[in-house]
Design a protein around this ligand. Structure first.
Ligand SMILES: NC(=O)c1ccc[n+]([C@@H]2O[C@H](COP(=O)([O-])OP(=O)(O)OC[C@H]3O[C@@H](n4cnc5c(N)ncnc54)[C@H](O)[C@@H]3O)[C@@H](O)[C@H]2O)c1
Ligand SMILES: N[C@@H](CCSC[C@H]1O[C@@H](n2cnc3c(=O)[nH]cnc32)[C@H](O)[C@@H]1O)C(=O)O
Length: 411
């Protein structure tokens, strides 16, 4: 594609999702009018695709200068990146399939703008700031973190006394994880798997690693598509929930024998390793929708394989003693590396939270540490979303509030 065609394609994708992100659109109008981010510099490392572009535009329209790169080497869409680079006050350094060095060089370029606010998905920017570019930290008002794993990393840093700046845990807003992680990952993981393999889900045995918010979404949708679902867990309560939601639950060493399709969603390392690959069926398909590319141990699978070949775009076949084990998107997030990511209506809420939290950071002095999304922002996003869907709900009458708050009127 020529540069002009790339830009046109990116613009078209951004235009489409913008029309399906009503909450972000309202925030964009307010930002354009009030200019709450005027004078601020925002460094971002997020999945560079169309919904993210809609967020970047919102921040720039609100007065900020924005520099962005990817947070995963395979999730960048180059047409969107090209379109973003045509906008005023926006620089985009993300490139699809960049190597490790290029990925971190781009993180450095984004930080070279000397931001006062950061937005991360997986904490790569903050990690870089705290390891190699500490001199910049005093100028930083705060950061936002998009995902569960990033927040785990930040909380671990905070516990060790290593986190030197405030960060808002955007993932932990109810209007984020209850929808994005569950319904977003539920739908987009299967979208990625189905479009990549062009195979049927009905009648297959699907193994979901982890029954957190992502896992329950992926399991729910696999069930709806007609699969027999097995869940693996390490948390007894979540394992019980999975069982009572109707799924079979067992250890991965057992589940590995039955699975036709595996989807890891744990945020942990080594969910699928040598001992699992050894007992898998011929033709098994492995996908990750959780954390970076470490949930499936590809080093061990590579060491076990007699041959490795690409058998379809985004599918690598590992031949292990005559059995074919197929890995999608090199074990990177299947919904983003082999798909278009979450649906726009879901990212609408996640990115509305991001935009409002950036404004909150710009307007308030926060202490170093991990902060929750203010409850009123979370509720505001829910209210706007309901309104955009044309849904009205009841309001408590005063005597109902009194009843709920009192203790004297029992049975
Ligand atoms: N693909 C996406 O677009 C997307 C969206 C949101 C979050 N994420 C990522 O997905 C991961 C999960 O997020 P979440 O919000 O569901 O987290 P969560 O904490 O709600 O759930 C993770 C679950 O995995 C379980 N677990 C941990 N180690 C395990 C193991 N070895 N075997 C089996 N189960 C194990 C935990 O007990 C927990 O129940 C994170 O890395 C997050 O960053 C991806
Ligand atoms: N950066 C890491 C961490 C996981 S990303 C998981 C996050 O991606 C976000 N996400 C999912 N789909 C999209 C999308 O289409 N656009 C932008 N972000 C998305 C989602 O909010 C979730 O919290 C990695 O690449 O492996």
């Amino acid at each position: 594609m020529s540069e002009k065609e790339l830009i046109e394609s990116g613009d078209m994708k951004i235009g489409w999702v913008r029309n399906h992100m009503p909450v972000l659109s309202i925030i964009r109008e307010n930002f354009e009018r009030d200019q709450p981010l005027k004078g601020h510099k925002i460094a971002m490392a997020l999945h560079v695709e169309a919904k993210t572009a809609a967020l970047v535009e919102t921040l720039a329209i609100g007065g900020a200068e924005v520099a962005i790169t990817g947070c995963n080497p395979l999730s960048t869409q180059d047409d969107v990146s090209a379109a973003l680079n045509t906008r005023d006050n926006i620089e985009c350094y993300a490139k699809y399939d960049c190597c490790g060095d290029e990925y971190y060089e781009a993180i450095d370029k984004v930080l070279d703008m000397k931001p006062d606010i950061t937005i991360d998905d997986g904490a790569d920017l903050i990690f870089k700031l705290h390891t190699e570019r500490q001199d910049m930290i005093p100028e930083i008002l705060g950061g936002c973190e998009e995902t569960t794993t990033g927040i785990h990393r930040l909380k671990a840093m905070d516990k060790d006394g290593a986190l030197k700046m405030p960060v808002i845990a955007v993932n932990d807003a109810m209007t984020k994880f209850l929808f994005d992680n569950r319904y977003g990952t539920g739908q987009s993981s299967w979208d990625g798997i189905m479009r990549t393999t062009n195979l049927l889900v009905a009648g297959k045995t699907v193994v979901i690693g982890g029954y957190g918010w992502c896992g329950r979404g992926a399991a729910m949708r696999a069930s709806g598509l007609g699969a027999d679902v097995i869940v693996t867990e390490v948390d007894p309560i979540r394992a019980l929930e999975a069982r009572m939601d109707g799924h079979r639950v067992m250890a991965m060493t057992e589940a590995a024998k039955y699975g036709d399709i595996f989807v890891t969603t744990t945020g942990n390392v080594d969910v699928l390793t040598r001992k699992h690959f050894e007992v898998m069926k011929d033709g098994a398909i492995l996908a990750n929708s959780g954390h970076f590319n470490v949930e499936i141990n590809l080093e061990e699978l590579t060491a076990m394989a007699d041959t490795i070949k690409i058998v379809r775009n985004n599918i690598k076949e590992y031949n292990v003693g005559g059995r074919k084990i197929n890995v999608l998107a090199d074990g990177r997030l299947v919904n983003l590396a082999a798909g278009d990511g979450h649906p726009a209506e879901v990212m609408d809420m996640s990115f509305a939270n991001q935009a409002l939290c950036v404004k909150h950071i710009a307007e308030n002095k926060l202490e170093a540490g991990v902060h929750p999304v203010p409850r009123d922002l979370d509720m505001y996003v829910a209210e706007l979303k309901l309104k955009s869907m044309g849904i009205e709900i009841d309001e408590l009458e005063s005597h109902q509030t009194e009843y709920m708050e009192g203790w004297e009127c029992g049975t």
